[in-house]
Structure formats: structure tokens, C-alpha cells
Design a protein around this ligand. Structure first.
Ligand code: SAM
Length: 214
């Protein structure tokens, strides 16, 4: 076991399992994916800390616990087609790629999208497709999706993303103000969303047609 594997074991025990994450597949994915490779060189040694970290361009990689929690809330079985808005470092997409059939991830900052693509190639994640566009509009030509995860703060769930979610599908997102939100899990039943607001969170803003202005 190398140094980073040990750090990952420790991260999963102290930050993920102790806080109540139970989904075995999510726990296994968090133990497997090398989070340090998704960080800028100078922050590699902080990769397994219990916090979000900067990834450049004013953006962040989320705290490991929040990644695990949002993933568990998606209730993944293994055969899903998942849409992620906010590729950022690519770490959340890689966790999803361990657990589902296909991941479609959208990023508006080109440099981040390109960097994430390279890491996916290096790590052999052939089931992740990266799109460079305004993620609030989703990917109509690839819809419907079994699950949608938004990893940036949105004032409300963007209408196109609700439309592109399958019946019975789940959407997880931080919804609220620009600097403080609640994590929302919504399930689509007979065309309507059943909404459950969970814990307070603080994400960077989702900027786009159906998000914040700038
Ligand atoms: N999931 C990421 C990870 O694992 O590193 C963390 C995402 S970071 C908290 C939020 C990301 O959303 C940023 O990279 C930001 O550029 C992106 N973003 C903001 N608005 C967006 C939009 N309309 N479409 C796509 N990406 C957007």
C-alpha cells in the first residue's frame, strides 16, 4: 500500500464511514479513486484533508464527505446514465464512473474541462464524456438521464435539467443563495418533483442561463 492509499483509507474511515455513509460501493469508490491526481501539483499533499480545496479559475474540488454524500443520495445500482453539471477537477465524475454505466459531465471553464479530460484518459475512464458548454441547459440530445447531479450552487433547479431527468430519476444539487445553500434531493414521480432539503452547504455558483448571472 503506497502513501496515498494509506491516506485514502484514513480519509474514508474518519471522514466518510464515521459520518454515516453506508453504501458499500460508494465507500469502495472513495477508497479507489486517487483524489490527489485531481489537484494542482502544489496541493497534492492536502488532497485527503477534510475540506474543499482550490483548483484554479476561482473554482473548488468539494470536501470528500460531500462528494460521498451526494453520490450516496443518487442511490446508484450500476446501470445508470448520469449527468453531472460542474466537472471542475473531474474527481466527482471519476467516483461516478466507478459506479455507473455512463457519465456525461459539463464544465463551462475550458481549461478545467481539458485538464479533467486528460486525467480521465490517463486513468482509463472511457465511460466519461466531457462537454464544454453552459451546463444549465443540459444535453438534450443525450437525454433522458437516470440521475442528475449539480456540483455548483443554483438558485433553483434549472428547468431543462428537470425535463431531461427520467421518470423515477433522482436529482441532487445545492440550492439556495449565492454563498449558502441546502443540499436538495429530488425524485421525479409522475412528472412532479418530490423534494427533500437536507444539510446546509456552501458551493461556488452555477453560472448560466438557468443559474446565477455571473
Ligand atoms: N464536481 C467538481 C469536482 O469534482 O471537482 C467540483 C465542482 S466545482 C465546486 C463547480 C464547477 O462548476 C466549477 O468548475 C465551475 O466552473 C462549474 N460551473 C459553474 N457554472 C457552470 C455551468 N453553467 N455549466 C457547467 N459548469 C459550471
Amino acid at each position: 500500500m503506497d502513501r496515498y492509499e494509506k491516506l485514502r483509507e484514513w480519509m474514508v474511515e474518519t471522514q466518510i464511514i464515521e459520518r454515516g455513509i453506508k453504501d458499500k460501493a460508494v465507500i469502495a469508490a472513495m477508497k479507489k479513486v486517487p483524489r490527489h491526481l485531481f489537484l494542482p501539483e502544489e496541493l497534492i499533499d492536502d488532497a485527503y484533508d477534510d475540506r474543499a480545496l482550490p483548483i484554479g479559475y476561482g473554482q473548488t474540488i468539494s470536501q470528500p464527505y460531500i462528494v460521498a454524500l451526494m453520490t450516496e443520495l443518487l442511490e446508484l445500482k450500476g446501470d445508470e446514465k448520469v449527468l453531472e453539471i460542474g466537472t471542475g477537477s473531474g474527481y466527482q465524475a471519476a467516483i461516478l464512473a466507478e459506479l455507473v454505466k455512463e457519465v456525461y459531465t459539463i464544465e463551462r471553464v475550458e481549461a478545467l474541462a481539458q485538464k479533467a479530460k486528460k486525467i480521465f484518459e490517463k486513468l482509463g475512464y472511457s465511460n466519461i464524456k466531457v462537454y464544454m458548454k453552459d451546463g444549465t441547459e443540459g444535453i438534450p440530445e443525450e437525454a433522458p438521464f437516470d440521475r442528475v447531479i449539480i456540483t455548483a450552487a443554483t438558485p433553483k433547479l434549472p428547468d431543462p435539467l428537470i425535463s431531461q431527468l427520467k421518470e423515477g430519476g433522482i436529482i441532487v444539487a445545492p440550492v439556495g443563495e449565492r454563498y449558502s445553500q441546502y443540499l436538495l434531493k429530488a425524485i421525479k414521480k409522475q412528472g412532479e418533483l418530490q423534494e427533500h432539503y437536507l444539510i446546509p452547504v456552501a458551493f461556488v455558483p452555477l453560472i448560466g442561463k438557468y443559474g446565477f448571472d455571473s
